[in-house]
Design a protein around this ligand. Structure first.
Ligand code: ZN
Ligand code: ZN
Length: 388
């Protein structure tokens, strides 16, 4: 909740004097807005309120030292906004050996979802009118529009753990149930066009708090890169009658060079054209457009596969920062041919995005996916999946 949705500059973005006055007069502070660059064709979200959020990694040299200081730890619930989703598995309480009397009075929880205290976008649930930008005063070259939806934090454990691999298996399942429920919640809202679930682990991956958590951002606009992805899947479906992702999975299984694990429901592989080193993609073997439509058994398989991949990644690159990004069919994408197929990408942040990549949008990946797959497969072979 005090955390970056994606990396952003420390300084507040520039706003025109008229907008600045309008924003500062708002009772809840400045509003988020989206601005269009007519040359690149990209929209950028401006969220001035996020410059105020604390940074765990900057405020204390060696990260948070005690549970008392961490807003996500059990016992500190009053520091966060009220939960919008919370579930409890009593069996995991045995893991609390040092619980105090005061903490016992707090409603127990195992996974808790709260609104982000420093949201990237305005919440739809708040009863207020978003800013309007009159076209005549802004002009075609300075297009801006309000951006709104929701920004939530999924607190994955009441204990001050840094890694998913420290969680109880039942908690991991619950985390994925929270993703499913909260995506469904936003999908039901007419204004929501895109929902993103992601996880930033480590400062280099954009995290500002070390307590294990993930985030959800729902917005009223589909980003251009996602539109392009959906368009390409639709074109393939129209041309071949098949799902592009399903075709790729079939081809990967045939070549068997980049698959690192599979079970009866899902598969993990290093994609042939990964734009980042050591990227692992997880998806269902059966065609499925939306992650949030997965049944309980499949959801459980996916959560275990994610856990296995993260544990292998931690063995290969101990302490590496990484991101986890979930792509589900955006509600704003019209997809009558059922061309979209959901996926999760997990990738360590082991290279910097430098000048060439920023300018061209073309990544330079120093690790061939075949080599990455061999490393992961070695770890997979050494571990016993039944223990996961
Ligand atoms: Zn904590
Ligand atoms: Zn498919």
């Amino acid at each position: 909740m005090f955390e970056t949705a994606h990396e952003q500059p420390n300084s507040a973005p520039a706003v025109s004097p008229s907008q600045s006055t309008e924003q500062s007069s708002h009772p809840s502070g400045p509003l988020s807005q989206s601005r269009f660059d007519p040359i690149s064709g990209n929209w950028t979200i401006f969220a001035p309120q996020r410059s105020e959020r604390p940074d765990d990694y900057i405020d204390s040299v060696s990260k948070i030292k005690t549970d008392v200081q961490c807003p996500f730890c059990r016992g500190n619930e009053s520091v966060t906004p009220e939960a919008v989703w919370s579930k409890h598995i009593p069996e995991t309480d045995r893991l609390f050996s040092n619980i105090s009397c005061a903490e016992e009075e707090i409603e127990p929880w195992s996974v808790r979802v709260v609104p982000n205290k420093y949201p990237a976008v305005e919440s739809l649930s708040q009863d207020r009118t978003p800013l309007q930008f009159p076209a005549s005063s802004m002009g075609d070259l300075f297009q801006a529009e309000p951006i709104y939806g929701g920004h939530e934090v999924i607190i994955e454990t009441p204990r001050h753990f840094h890694s998913l691999t420290e969680l109880d298996i039942a908690e991991i399942d619950l985390v994925f149930q929270a993703y499913r429920d909260r995506i469904r919640h936003y999908r039901a809202m007419e204004e929501i066009r895109y929902i993103n679930v992601f996880k930033n682990v480590g400062h280099d991956a954009g995290a500002s708090l070390s307590h294990s958590h993930s985030q959800l951002v729902a917005v009223n606009r589909v980003p251009r890169a996602i539109e392009t992805m959906a368009e390409r899947m639709k074109r393939h479906r129209a041309k071949t009658g098949c799902c592009l992702r399903c075709d790729i999975i079939r081809a990967e299984r045939k070549s068997n060079e980049r698959i690192i694990a599979a079970d009866r429901d899902c598969i993990a592989y290093c994609p042939f054209a990964s734009n980042l080193p050591m990227l692992v993609r997880i998806t269902t073997l059966e065609h499925q457009a939306c992650f949030e439509d997965l049944g309980d058994r499949t959801l459980e398989s996916v959560s275990r596969m994610v856990l296995r991949v993260v544990s292998w990644l931690e063995k290969i690159r101990p302490g590496a920062a990484y991101n986890f990004c979930l792509n589900t069919r955006p509600p704003g994408i019209d997809d009558p041919s059922d061309a979209f197929h959901w996926s999760i990408d997990i990738f360590p942040r082991i290279t910097q995005i430098a000048g060439f990549e920023w300018t061209s949008g073309c990544m330079i990946n120093p690790v061939l996916p075949e080599a990455a797959a061999r490393l992961f497969s070695k770890c997979a072979a050494a571990s016993n999946p039944r223990r996961m």
